[in-house]
Design a protein around this ligand. Structure first.
Ligand SMILES: *Cc1c(COP(=O)(O)O)cnc(C)c1O
Length: 243
């Protein structure tokens, strides 16, 4: 059970946020990169809305949730408690029947894991007249435990995805394979970057710019940043001594 959202917990969450921010800045320095190029998404799936609000209060402006339902509930809680909403990013599988309710709440869907889902998000975005930022979730290692579009399917559909109306395709999201050690994670992240470069080349002149590489979590953000990540999704490290 997570700790309740009391004052002591608030102090712990503030410290965790500072620690994580410093670790990321350090990883950027080691990689010779500007920390301003790397966005931190605080993954709040482990905690309730009150603790999520404390993380936002501590300075984390982008919150990632992997379950649409939990994102809806938290967004509603923020609304009811008149707490400023963070930018919500959906980072887990989106069932098609949950697109309609999720779309108005999220700034970005990082977890578009099939061509079909991309089409349906586009259709709904057209219907409600908004433009939605998305990443394509790629599964390069063909790991059964992971979601994500396989490289072949992505290459087959990349021109079509790029031309879907009201869908702003910003880049790729990926996870290293389960149990990967540090060199293996680095290798996999480099492959994601190379795939992004290949896609960018193919989409040259289409107006689509795949500038976002969302890769790196609590255990492998250093490797990801060294390989060019522009968005790290940090969960557990932000909830040390809270969970
Ligand atoms: C849970 C989760 C994370 C965060 O993982 P931690 O190891 O807790 O930092 C990142 N991305 C996705 C898609 C997740 O589901």
């Amino acid at each position: 059970m997570p700790r309740p959202a009391d004052e002591q917990t608030e102090a712990i969450i503030q410290k965790n946020w500072l620690d994580v921010s410093n670790q990321i800045a350090e990883a950027c320095q080691v990689a010779g990169r500007n920390p301003a190029e790397v966005q931190v998404v605080g993954v709040a799936k482990y905690v309730d809305a009150a603790l999520t609000a404390q993380l936002v209060q501590a300075g984390c402006k982008v919150i990632g949730e992997n379950r649409p339902q939990l994102l809806w509930e938290k967004s509603e809680w923020f609304e009811q408690h008149q707490v400023t909403q963070p930018a919500w990013h959906l980072i887990g599988h989106l069932q098609r029947n949950k697109i309609r309710r999720s779309l108005p709440l999220v700034q970005m869907i990082q977890s578009v894991d099939s061509w079909r889902l991309a089409q349906e998000i586009s259709q709904e975005a057209v219907r409600v007249g908004r433009i939605i930022d998305v990443l394509i979730d790629v599964n390069l290692t063909q790991d059964d435990s992971k979601t994500g579009i396989l490289q072949g399917e992505l290459l087959t559909h990349c021109d079509q995805i790029a031309s879907l109306p009201n869908l702003r395709w910003r880049g790729l999201m990926a996870m290293s394979s389960l149990g990967a050690n540090s060199p293996q994670a680095s290798l996999e992240f480099a492959q994601v970057r190379e795939l992004r470069d290949t896609l960018s080349e193919r989409l040259k002149g289409s107006g689509v710019e795949l500038s976002v590489l969302s890769m790196g979590m609590s255990g492998d953000f250093r490797e990801a940043i060294a390989e060019g990540s522009t968005c790290v999704r940090i969960g557990s490290n932000l909830w040390t001594d809270v969970l």
